[in-house]
Design a binder for this molecule. Sequence first.
Ligand code: FCB
Length: 444
Amino acid sequence: MSIPDPSKKFIFGSATSSYQIEGAWNEDGKSASIWDTFSHKGKIKDKSNADIACDHYNRFQEDVEIMAQLNLDAYRFSIAWPRVLPLGTGKPNEKGIDFYKRLCDNLLEKSIRPFVTLYHWDLPQILEDKGGWTNRDIIEWFSEYTSVMHNALKDRVKDWIILNEPFVFIVLGYLLGVHAPGRRGFKNFFRASHHAMLAQAASARILRSLDSTARIGTTVSCTATYPARDNEKDRQAARRFDAFYNRFYIDPVVGRGYPMQDLPVLKKIKKYIMPDDDKGIQFDFDFWGINTYSTKLVKRNRVVPWLGYRELKRKLPRTAMGWEIDARGIHDLLMQFGKYPEIKELYITENGAAFDDRVEDGRVHDMNRIHYLNQHIDAVLKARANGINVNGYFAWSLMDNFEWAEGFRPRFGLVHVDYKTLQRTIKDSGYWYRDFISGLKTKS
Ligand code: FCB
């Protein structure tokens, strides 16, 4: 059993995250995460929680079997920090760690390359009680967690992803309060942001020092933005949006600083920057993962003065999340960030669509998803043909799962999950993806 060779070939995978699929929320010594607490308080739209979710913790072998059937080259999943370090730091929980070892072993047996995300939003509640991301000590907590996971998986994993989408977990969780831990306000937002950037780079440096052959990346959520009209006001609005949604968590890491000129409110972060932090947040990542789903059209508007823009609705087809479908965005983002000389390699680490899928006679005929995937993969391959070093695409998601504050209604999977029986049914899009991947494999 060996780790599949990370050579230059374009890989196709799928992605999930621990809280969204694992269930087993308090099994085998796992402690509560902020999402357990948040959902148990009734904060989810359908009042659900992911105590059981897809029960992947107990059914991972079946799920890896499905991945093999789908012909996946790679699988991106995340570690539940409170499963492996129930106190956040200190004594590791061997049973929790063992789960991820067995998962990786199963993947490697099928020649599926594991991409491990260290943080996909399920912070141990015990650390949130000490301030979570707003406490600068998180740099040490996260560093310790990183070493524990590296030590546990170093023989099985080469591809590491430090954070999933800082923009989303910090804006929704610490500025607007609609995601766990449900905190609000600029003070929480800017502190959490800066600490996440420091912790991210510290974690990456630790991985590099422990393992010179590790491939170290991180992921960001990005949304390509276009000005409503071709005038300076709307172009400025688009730059503001881009600074906030896209560049805020990329530019400082690659040494360009926080994009304060384009979005002046970001200057408030200065209060939390200590001497040498501008170096401390930088890291020369081996790859960047872009997660993207839709695009935005914006115009100048001062209703929210610190933002200075407003999003416009278009007459485009939408997914069950209400997100407009516009495949040119994925191409344009790859062109935008692929041209940064500081960025060496890109992956699309999430892309996909939710639709109201139904099982009929044992099949799910999700033509709309096939169409979405086809268009978006095409756009990615076009950027690659245009010279961008993008080397993989991960469909979100392997299977239907708990969609955060939205609960179980939106179904993003290539595989349908019946939440009553937990039965998995490969959707037509799953079969399409399998055939698409095999087609490319036979051509190369
Ligand atoms: C992303 C998240 C992922 C999933 C998709 C739909 O923002 O990273 O967990 O919820 O959106």
